[in-house]
Design a binder for this molecule. Structure first.
Ligand code: SF4
Ligand code: SF4
Length: 333
């Protein structure tokens, strides 16, 4: 291989304390690379284009072969391309995150004692043009009830619906597919307390049966290298804002309006407070601005722009900038 090597604009190198990755935002691939290759790929001298023969002079004969092997690997695996002459690299504009909506995603929790309903909440989410909703039932629910509960979704702005529900005797595949036919926004359903762990994929619906027993919101907040997603909008959002809580609103199982059901601060009860009034209260948007570059340990992690954050379960409850406690990934190893 010869010429100048450029990464594609959707392939963004990110450096951590001990490792680096290339995030391919088009194919959702997170490719580990060594630090010296990162430094080489982002060097400014030829607009990020590397004249492959030059590496022999810069890095010495000993490393030349290794670097050439890496570049050949990146080239053959479609992370970049070569040109005969040096040309300026094209970069995705990461400097600005734009979404004029004030709320884009929501969580609504229910337990057996919950008094709130989706009829009350979904029309209010529509006012924000909210597109993503996660509903979590911490008890067994029949599909007849789920079908009835979801009625307001059919005429709503919700385009992506996820449901978590405890196993009920009628949680059959055919019933789930019937619900999906009525509500095509349903993209994922997780059935907890199942007898075995099985995953089915049907068109763009994931059906997950898990033996895990999930009693309440404390199930949430698990984040590590296996939960990372390399996608353009999420990446740009993560550079500027919190990758879980930005533009999120939630109603917990007791009907309290919060950033997420696991956070302790409440901004009123859904029975007496409109979502838009909770959103306008002091402090509601405070956590939205905490990005990974401000979070201890995560700021040194090469996965920081592709990893979902958690501000509810953190290592030091007195320090809102401490690492998510449920992440066991160590960027210093
Ligand atoms: S902040 Fe943590 S607990 Fe809350 S929704 Fe996000 S991941 Fe879940
Ligand atoms: S250290 Fe932080 S950024 Fe890295 S995987 Fe864990 S939670 Fe994500």
């Amino acid at each position: 291989m010869n010429g100048y090597f450029h990464l594609f604009s959707c392939c963004i190198p990110v450096k951590g304390a001990k490792k680096a990755v290339i995030c391919d935002l088009q194919r959702n691939i997170i490719q580990p690379i060594p630090l010296f290759l990162y430094d080489m790929l982002v060097s400014e001298d030829v607009g990020n284009a590397q004249f492959i023969e030059d590496v022999a002079y810069k890095y010495g004969e000993r490393d030349k072969q290794l670097i050439q092997e890496y570049i050949t690997y990146l080239y053959h695996n479609q992370f970049g391309y070569t040109t005969e002459k040096p040309t300026s690299a094209i970069h995705i504009n990461l400097s600005e995150y734009q979404d004029s909506r004030s709320i884009t995603n929501a969580i609504v929790d229910f337990d057996l004692n919950s008094k709130h309903t989706l009829n009350q909440i979904v029309p209010q989410l529509d006012e924000f043009y909210c597109e993503a909703l996660e509903i979590r039932y911490y008890f067994p629910v029949s599909f007849l009830k789920i079908k009835k509960d979801l009625a307001p979704i059919a005429r709503s702005t919700i385009k992506s619906l996820e449901i978590l529900v405890e196993l009920h005797e009628d949680c059959t595949l055919s019933n789930i597919l019937k619900v999906n036919k009525i509500y095509p926004a349903l993209k994922k359903i997780t059935i907890t307390s199942a007898q075995e762990n099985i995953v089915y994929n049907h068109d763009d619906l994931s059906i997950i049966y898990t033996t895990d027993k999930i009693a309440d919101e404390r199930c949430c907040g698990v984040t590590n290298e296996f939960y990372c997603i390399a996608e353009t909008k999420l990446f740009i959002e993560s550079v500027h804002y919190n990758s879980c809580l930005n533009k999120k609103i939630s109603v917990d199982k007791s009907g309290l309006i919060k950033n997420c059901p696991s956070m302790k601060d409440s901004f009123g009860s859904i029975s007496t407070t409109k979502l838009k009034d909770a959103l306008a209260k002091d402090g509601f948007r405070k956590v939205w601005k905490i990005n990974k570059d401000q979070i201890e340990v995560c700021s040194d992690c090469e996965l920081r722009y592709v990893c979902q954050d958690c501000r509810a379960y953190i290592e030091d409850k007195t320090n809102i900038f401490s690492k998510p406690i449920k992440c066991n990934y160590d960027p210093y190893q």
